[in-house]
Design a protein around this ligand. Structure first.
Ligand code: BAL
Ligand code: ZN
Length: 873
């Protein structure tokens, strides 16, 4: 397959000004008539042929300015349509195609989910509906007429505003016409036809425009859409207040479907969602589900400006909309919830998903320079590291200039397909700063490591910090330049008091910019040997090596004014112990009691002040986090043993207090998904887990009681999760009870699949294989596959990486099966192998052989072949 390169970008030789679509929905033979108003692009090559993209479409008719084109003058296949000598003036092309939505198991283009019709066009799905210039810099105004059987699809939705609807006399068919006045690329096209229930409300924008908001779901589940609708309204208000961005159509519709490759999609005025990120009730959704729904509803809504009004020139610029929109949704969630708690959660995700990607054969820059399959670049690097870059930019230039730069960017680039350069240019202009060095963050892959050494000079009352930075080699990038790294920092006295610091290298916000390979800064008037608190709020996506003792770190846990670094200090001490225990290095009893005593003090003094924060402090780094820290010759069994042991020690040392939390924090009133209530449940459930790790019988009794009396899914699932760590009849009984209770709730059974797939025991692989035959499982449904197979491969490090290679063989088999149906899903599962090179030798060999066998398999999709080949490179 060809490599597509950023440097080869050429403007399209033609533009499409208007698109009129007539879509006659039918389960197997849907007819699409596309009327395209084309004209030569003055910026494009003047003599170029017209080459339209296509994928699995059947051409049924083709005419130019109303006259059929003779067969000799065009070439059409399922993959494209070429007119060698198109007119060099404006003209109209009418294309009739036939497509089969029922046979579409890729879930790209027009397909069916639970009998409803829906679409997914990002990145390159529109070409599966009709032949088109399917590239984001071709922006057109769309009018869509949708026709369907009234019984099969009473609801017909399109992009933009509704124009007209009616019955077709003498038939059981009806139609609706939608017009979207905002020019958009084809990837933002959508339509929906189906039987759907809805909840809605009116919204008045800041300039007084009336908008109808609606969320469409499976009939009977309307009540479960209320939280999503509320989150939408809050998102719209927030974007007006914080970014000055207003909505621009008469309607905003969200449709939940149960078969969806992504989380959701920001189609103009018609967002289509994986129902997992819409449907919520206390009985079926956890606190985490509610938080995800809020974040993803916001994310897709925010795309209306960062993505839709201003879109991407080409797919290399994907981070322009995704990184920025993730940043915006993170800020929204931080404002709606607790900022420090949310920041810790963001960083946990970043480290688990992006740092691991950056350290793997799949590492790539936030703005890649080449790809074979764009679907494989919807990654944690583009999204999460992309968001970190926007955050650093804001840290460096300050809040006021950030807002001025955003305003300039939105105003200047509105209605265009932009680049990362356009984005940075806006901030350069409002600040007068040269951001060319900063832009390395978009171009260089790999996680920089910053090493910091502190030196106190008592006589001079100075404290010097020496910094060095280095970014490891990544595929295609052997040598790296130093980055511009914002380091938010402060000093804390050994007794915990904050030290008023001064250094001319640190700005008023407490930020030092490290932009050389090594640099140092000196604080003056430092009365005693301080403890430095660096990268406060995780001010840059880097790894840090810091020469602080555990005792000094535990001073930060107790006293730092920065909540993120309090959490980080406890994590760092725990990580040191876990790595040592995992690798057979010396660990003294005093090392362990040092941590557990500090946690004991934290529990007594602080935990109840902010339970959500306390839950995070009391959660040890995950087994995968520990593997990443060890990074070479990883033995997952040793890591599991080490973590179990440290958890046991911490639980035992604090069991009385933990038990008290478990009683004290029980939910009394009705369930509320707000952050404070969720925080109390989180701490209570972390306490339960620690108790069970220290005292199996007590843990089992408390978990069983909680399971039986839980008033909401958060508590019920947490107790079931604790029970799954304790082999025996109680566990199996609870699992059976749970599956019977939620037999008709596919999204809840997904949690049940995932829990079982992450049991850290030898029998799990057999259990997962057995569950593949469960009536609720289907290899066609991405949520089911990700819950069962994805959780096993991505969230059960120990059992996926079995020393006998059976976990790898199983995943390979599923990837190959899934690839025949849904290449995107298969390729995503396959990324579970990305850590294979850091495993110890036996596992590494098994993984390599398995990957080689996949690579040699005939008829791989481009998606899977790209991932497997890069993984082996
Ligand atoms: N654009 C794909 C889904 C999302 O990031 O919102
Ligand atoms: Zn997005």
């Amino acid at each position: 397959t060809p490599v597509i390169r950023l440097e080869d970008y050429q403007p399209s030789p033609f533009v499409i000004e208007r698109v009129e679509l007539d879509v006659r929905l039918h389960p197997t033979t849907t007819r699409v008539t596309a009327t395209l108003a084309l004209k030569p692009n003055p910026k494009g090559r003047p003599d170029a042929p017209l080459v339209l993209d296509g994928d699995e479409v059947n051409l049924k008719g083709l005419s130019l300015d109303g006259r059929a084109i003779p067969a000799a003058e065009f070439e059409a296949s399922a993959q494209g349509l070429t007119i060698a000598q198109p007119p060099r003036r404006p003209f109209t092309l009418t294309i009739e195609t036939e497509i089969d939505p029922t046979a579409n198991t890729q879930l790209m283009g027009l397909y069916r989910s639970s009998g409803n019709y829906c679409t997914q066009c990002e990145a390159e799905g529109f070409r599966r509906i009709t032949y088109f210039l399917d590239r984001p810099d071709v922006m057109a105004v769309y009018t869509t007429r949708i026709e369907a059987d009234r019984d099969e699809a009473p609801v017909l939705l399109g992009n933009g505003n509704p124009v007209e609807a009616g019955n077709i006399a003498g038939t059981n068919r009806h139609y609706a016409v939608w017009h979207d006045p905002h020019p958009k690329p084809a990837y933002l096209f959508a339509l929906v036809g189906g039987r759907l229930g809805k909840v809605g409300k009116d919204f008045t924008t800041m300039s007084g425009r009336k908008v109808k908001l609606a969320v469409y779901v499976e009939p009977g589940k309307e009540e479960r859409a209320a939280y999503a609708l509320d989150a939408l309204e809050r998102s719209m208000r927030w974007d007006e207040r914080v970014f000055g961005r207003e909505y621009d159509l008469d309607e905003f519709n969200i449709v939940a479907v149960s078969d969806f490759n992504m989380g959701a999609m920001e189609n103009k005025g018609l967002n289509i969602f994986n129902d997992k990120y819409v449907l919520a009730s206390p009985e079926t959704a956890t606190d985490m589900d509610y938080a995800n729904i809020e974040a993803i509803i916001a994310h897709e809504y925010f795309h209306n400006w960062s993505g839709n009004r201003v879109t991407c020139r080409d797919w290399f610029q994907l981070c322009l909309k995704e990184g920025l929109t993730v940043f915006r949704d993170q800020e929204f969630s931080s404002d709606e919830r607790s900022r420090p708690v949310h920041r810790i959660a963001e960083v946990k995700t970043l480290r688990a998903r992006q740092f691991s990607e950056d350290a793997s054969p799949l590492a790539h820059p936030v703005r890649p320079t080449q790809y074979r399959e764009i679907n494989n670049f919807y990654t944690a690097t583009v999204y999460e590291k992309g968001a970190e870059i926007v955050r650093m930019l804001k840290t460096i230039i300050g809040e006021a200039d950030f807002r001025r730069g955003m305003d300039l960017y939105f105003d200047r680039c509105d209605g265009t397909a932009a680049t990362v350069e356009d984005f940075l240019q806006a901030f350069s202009e409002v600040t007068g700063r040269d951001l060319s060095h900063f832009s390395h963050w978009y171009a260089q892959a790999g996680t920089p490591r910053v090493t910091i050494k502190g030196t106190y000079d008592e006589a001079a009352q100075t404290y010097r910090l020496d910094f060095t930075q280095a970014t490891p080699a990544t595929p295609g990038q052997p040598n790296k330049e130093p980055m511009a790294i914002p380091v938010a920092l402060g000093l804390v006295a050994q007794d915990g008091r904050p030290l008023a610091t001064s250094s001319d290298r640190v700005n008023a916000q407490g930020v030092f910019i490290l932009d050389k390979a090594s640099d140092s800064l000196t604080f003056t008037n430092v009365p005693s040997h301080p403890v430095p608190s660096v990268f406060r709020g995780f001010s840059a996506p880097v790894k840090t090596s810091l020469d602080l003792s555990n005792t000094e770190l535990l001073v930060l846990l107790r006293h730092d004014s920065d909540a993120f670094n309090r959490w980080q200090a406890a994590q760092t001490v725990a990580m040191r112990l876990l790595v040592a225990l995992s690798t057979g290095a010396a660990v003294t009893d005093a090392d362990i009691t040092g941590l557990s005593a500090a946690l004991e003090m934290f529990i007594e003094d602080d935990a109840m002040r902010d339970p959500a924060f306390a839950a995070l402090v009391l959660t040890l780094p995950s087994e995968a986090d520990i593997a990443q820290e060890i990074a070479a010759d990883v033995d997952p069994d040793a890591i599991h043993k080490a973590r179990t042991e440290l958890k046991r020690r911490i639980g035992s040392a604090n069991i009385g207090q933990l038990w008290e939390f478990h009683q004290l924090l029980a939910d009394l009133g009705p369930y509320s998904p707000d952050a404070a209530s969720a925080g109390r449940r989180a701490l209570r459930n972390v306490a339960l887990d620690l108790i069970a790790g220290a005292d199996k019988r007590l843990g089992e009794r408390l978990a069983r009681e909680q399971f039986d009396t839980a008033g909401n899914m958060t508590d019920r699932l947490a107790s079931l999760s604790v029970l799954t760590t304790l082999p025996g009849a109680a566990r199996e009984g609870a699992l059976t009870q749970f599956s019977e209770r939620y037999r008709d709730e596919p999204l809840v059974l997904d949690k049940w699949f995932a829990l079982q797939a992450t049991i850290l025991e030898e029998g799990t692989l057999e259990r997962v294989k057995g569950l593949m035959n469960h009536p609720a499982f289907s290899i066609n449904n991405p949520n089911r596959v990700r819950s069962l197979v994805g959780s096993f491969a991505m969230a059960n490090q120990m059992q996926f990486n079995r020393a006998d290679g059976a976990g790898y063989a199983f995943l390979a088999e599923i990837v190959l099966r899934a690839d025949e149906l849904n290449p995107q899903l298969a390729a995503r599962l396959l990324t579970a192998f990305s850590a294979w090179r850091m495993m110890e030798e036996t596992r590494r060999k098994h993984a390599q052989q398995t990957l080689q066998a996949i690579a040699e398999h005939p008829n791989l999709s481009r998606d899977v072949s790209d991932i497997v080949n890069r993984s082996l490179e």
